[in-house]
Design a protein around this ligand. Structure first.
Ligand code: COA
Length: 386
């Protein structure tokens, strides 16, 4: 039975900053951010916009009444949880109107969480072909103002509907997983921002890719020629490129050039958004299939997922005939174009504003599904434009 991605969508907050403005404000050569890091713009969230807000905006437009009746599992991958106990997936389940006899939970392992969710969903559908599983990756990537990681921040969500006989990508049974207990990036309970050894995280990311790729070639008897494209986790767009160049240095230059050309197509959206943490790989997948110049049905796409700490996974899927009809390139470009550009002063002011759940308060944000009220430590979301 074929199982995979039937529908997918992303959402990013309606504010961003320009990386050249940020470079000037931090007294850095703009080329470091636009070429060295590979980012043009960075999504910025307001305190009234959280992982539920982004998850709702990404998932709600995808789902029909029939989907809501068939979904029996809602999984959120995130490292920006809003509660130490209750899963954001439970709130999402209610706000979306999914039928009640469902399993809803959250998965955490840095930027890897959604990948674990997709594999769990795939196993579930294989055993229950009539059901559908909603997997949402939703995060706010923050390292702090003027910190080393500041140019690699971002925010947003990707929603994926996993079903039997999918219309976009059929997942293959070829996963290679890798776990290493390494402190390259972590956020102890109670800490607002992560601890990060950025250069170590780059190194572990590249070495992890090399290991899972080589094991994939050995186990699944594949070479670069078997892949039409490879999508990478994209904390910043230069990162995947570095891993690609390191991983394929012994391959034919023509193979490397072909995969690099597809990689460039996979980072079109990320260049304008920054890091989505667990959603970044899947934003790359959407960017690739919406912007690729030469992709065909049945083409194999490799996916490299990496979550610091560290867990990596390499797996693949094949494009389904007619997948182009399920995409929304125009809508996604319009979403990015319609955002408000913030000055660095406005961004810094927003950055310092925080929700205090111990203070009852109402809020006013034009964005649908934003936080409307805090009452008795509970977040209440605006649910319609009325
Ligand atoms: N013009 C062009 N490129 C420039 C430049 C300039 N004026 N100045 C610097 N660069 C290049 C550097 O050569 C480097 O490229 P390379 O890595 O290909 O050699 C790149 O810009 C980054 O410079 P670097 O000095 O390494 O930046 P940094 O010390 O500020 O750290 C990160 C960059 C990504 C490590 C940091 O932002 C970070 O810690 N981010 C969070 C962690 C993360 O995203 N990890 C990724 C794996 S999950």
């Amino acid at each position: 039975m074929n199982v995979g991605i039937d529908k997918l969508n992303f959402f990013v907050p309606p504010q961003y900053i320009d990386m050249v403005d940020l470079a000037h404000a931090r007294d850095v050569d703009p080329n470091k951010f636009t070429i060295g890091i590979g980012q043009d713009q960075m999504a910025v969230s307001k305190m009234t916009q959280d992982i539920i807000t982004f998850a709702m905006h990404a998932a709600q437009p995808l789902l029909t009444a029939e989907d809501l009746a068939a979904i029996d599992m809602v999984i959120v991958g995130t490292e920006t949880g809003i509660d130490e106990s209750k899963a954001s997936a439970v709130i999402l389940h209610r706000l979306l109107g999914v039928q009640p006899f469902a399993r809803s939970f959250e998965i955490k392992e840095a930027c890897y969480g959604a990948t674990a969710g997709i594999q769990f969903a795939k196993n579930h559908i294989q055993a229950n072909p009539e059901s559908k599983v909603l997997v949402v990756a939703s995060d706010i990537a923050r390292y702090g103002l003027a910190s080393g990681g500041e140019p690699t921040q971002g925010a947003g969500a990707v929603a994926l509907l996993i079903t039997a006989d999918p219309r976009i990508l059929t997942l293959e049974d070829d996963n290679v997983m890798l776990t290493q207990d390494i402190y390259d990036f972590w956020r102890p309970v109670g800490h607002q921002y992560p601890m990060v050894d950025g250069h170590l995280s780059n190194e572990v990311y590249i070495n992890s890719f090399k290991q899972v790729w080589q094991e994939n070639c050995r186990r699944n008897k594949r070479t670069a020629a078997d892949y039409a494209a490879i999508c990478f986790h994209i904390p910043y767009t230069k990162m995947g490129k570095k891993a690609l160049l390191a991983g394929f240095e012994s391959d034919e230059p023509a193979q490397q050039d072909r995969l690099l050309a597809r990689y460039e197509e996979s980072i079109t959206y990320s260049r304008r958004v920054g890091n989505l943490y667990t959603g970044s790989l899947y934003l790359g997948l959407i960017s690739l299939i919406e912007n690729a110049t030469i992709l065909n049905e049945n083409d194999r796409i490799g996916l490299f997922s990496y979550g610091s700490g560290a867990v990596a996974e390499f797996f693949s899927g094949r494009l389904v005939k007619g997948y182009q009809q399920q995409l929304n390139k125009q809508g996604h470009e319009a979403l990015l174009d319609a955002r408000q550009k913030l000055s660095i002063e406005e961004y810094e002011q927003l950055f310092d504003e925080k929700i205090d759940v111990d203070v009852n308060k109402t809020f006013n944000d034009d964005l649908l599904y934003s936080i409307q009220e805090i009452r008795d430590t509970i977040r209440y979301y605006k649910e319609s434009n009325e």
